[in-house]
Design a protein around this ligand. Sequence first.
Ligand code: COA
Length: 119
Amino acid sequence: MISRDFLSVANNLGDSVAFNLESDTMKEPEIIGVGRLVKRHGVPEAEFAIEISDRFQRQGLGTRLLQLLVDIGRQEGLQRIFGLILPENFNMLQIAKKVGFTLTFDRPETVMRAELKLW
Ligand SMILES: CC(C)(COP(=O)(O)OP(=O)(O)OC[C@H]1O[C@@H](n2cnc3c(N)ncnc32)[C@H](O)[C@@H]1OP(=O)(O)O)[C@@H](O)C(=O)NCCC(=O)NCCS
């Protein structure tokens, strides 16, 4: 179980920011999730991606990680963030909706596009 906040900034990669979720209850720190925002050149928007280890899914971590990326996007002055999600990825679609993203079907790419205006 995860007992307290466990976020650490892993990298600051110029146009992208990546976070690792680390559990603090194990003997050795273990990365249990990763979130990333990649800014697009020339436009005030970034694409998000998140992943939580199988063992730690369904505890609310994915939701918190996405919310964190939204907060960072806002602090960075981005106008919107978006993610491309497979239509069958029900959990991710639910999370995006819960955090406030609007979902539309991108027909050419046959994926769902989740978008949130920040400003
Ligand atoms: C998608 C992913 C990040 C979700 O992470 P997570 O930590 O499990 O997500 P959360 O625990 O915050 O909750 C997910 C939501 O999924 C749904 N969910 C959770 N458990 C569920 C269950 N047993 N049955 C159905 N839906 C469930 C719920 O909507 C839940 O929200 P709720 O708790 O408010 O009801 C994770 O499954 C993952 O890493 N998948 C592989 C990578 C991926 O698809 N990334 C997305 C591309 S951007």
